[in-house]
Design a protein around this ligand. Structure first.
Ligand code: S3P
Length: 173
């Protein structure tokens, strides 16, 4: 059975956009973990945070990682904080290739600033330093990915092509 391809990375690095394109190109089913959690809980991620707090969201995220790790041949876009629970990467790695998308703090800031309302961890008066701080705190966790792909200055199409290239090289090895 083909392993899942799991896209991780900080908020605003393009996981969902690239993940869905990648799935189309590889003719695989695409699963966006946050959307799937929202479907199961019946609330948006923001509502879950607001009503029940981050702990509840993280617990749903952990359950979702366990559920998806039992499947195969999927392209999965994880939420940016999936790495916070160490066990999630172990779980998703059991049957998955982990690819981390990266971008510069500036680019992330520009991208998330446009869609802050849907991301409960980002304050209304978000500053570049807040992004830098969060990135620093999570750096070693994202480094656990099998592959890291920079998205800075690239279109989703270019990033998708790069991932396909990485996967092709891996197949030959
Ligand atoms: C989070 C990232 C979000 C979402 C939640 C928490 C994080 O997903 O899961 O708001 O902790 O980085 P995106 O990375 O898709 O924005």
């Amino acid at each position: 059975m083909e392993k899942n391809i799991v896209i991780i990375g900080f908020m605003g690095t393009g996981k969902s956009t690239v993940g869905s394109r990648l799935a189309q190109r590889l003719k695989r089913q695409f699963v966006d973990m946050d959307r799937e959690i929202e479907r199961i809980v019946g609330m948006t991620v923001s509502e879950i945070f607001k009503r029940y707090g981050e702990i509840r969201f993280r617990s749903e995220e952990k359950l979702m990682a366990q559920k998806l790790a039992r499947e195969s041949c999927l392209v999965i876009a994880a939420g940016g904080g999936v790495v916070l629970e160490q066990g999630n990467i172990d779980t998703l790695s059991q049957n998955g290739i982990i690819i981390c998308l990266e971008a510069t703090p500036n680019e992330i800031f520009e991208r998330v600033n446009r869609k802050k309302g849907t991301r409960p961890l980002l304050k209304k008066d978000l500053k570049l330093e807040d992004i830098e701080e969060m990135l620093k705190a999570r750096e070693s966790l994202y480094a656990r990915a099998d592959y890291r792909v920079s998205t800075s200055g690239k279109s989703p199409e270019q990033v998708t092509n790069e991932i396909i290239e990485v996967l092709m090289v891996r197949r030959k090895e």
